[in-house]
Design a protein around this ligand. Sequence first.
Ligand SMILES: [Zn+2]
Length: 289
Amino acid sequence: MINALSIDLEYWWCNEFLTKYLPDKREDTLRESLNPLLGLLEEKDIRATFFVLGAVAEEYPDIVEDVFERGHEIGCHAYSHRTLYELDAPEFEREIERCLSLLSKYRPRGFRAPSFSLNNSTRWALDILQKHGFQYDSSIFPVRTNLYGVPKAPLGVYRPSKDDVAMHDPEGAIVEFPLTALRIGFNVPIAGGFYLRLLPRWFLSWGIGRVNKNRPANIYIHPHDVFPHVPITNLPIFPKFVTYHGAADSLIKLRHLIDRFSFKPICDILADVGSEAGLPPAATAVSAV
Ligand SMILES: [Zn+2]
């Protein structure tokens, strides 16, 4: 079983919990935080999907080019990292168009909403993704949190209905690869990011192993998740915990997972799902619950 690995390529301050504590002048650490991650992927000969924020592509076209040249898939993470909850449909479309214009050379096929903010209150976004030629989305997190989540969504690849994104619609235009949750009576998020930093290594390994009995896992990470030197320190305890906890040894955890499990870009996983079903990747989905 091969799993999907994705990196949301964004600034460290693209975190909902930091918004009201940020200084006007911020020290950017994108290159410093990304390099160890790229090095690890290179060392282990792993390709991943990079959901690139348009603002990053605008400021660092050389970084995006470098990522692409290394063989990784380039996806779209909108332009400014405003969540879909903060936007209406025309504003979201402008975000998409601006990001796509910066990434057009890489022909992104996949989208990830900032802060996983695709749910039933923002399902209008599916029409816009379809209109702009996206083949898949990876924004739905089948868990319940204060910030995001569609707790009743399927755990495996499916096609969200435009009436209810938790329902599979065989005619749906967009394939969804949800972030990985493990069902043990209730859904436990084990998809990476904060959960990679928070959860012990043995639990992550056990959880992914259990998921792999039925389906591939979909694991995400931000460069700042594996970089313990983000230059802001005077935070209240909760945002500090959510933002930094575990960053010092998360690259070691990721290395362990890469040693134990196989990973590849999301587009390749979806191509496998398509071929197993005997259909082209963009025309099928498997609802593995
Ligand atoms: Zn993000």
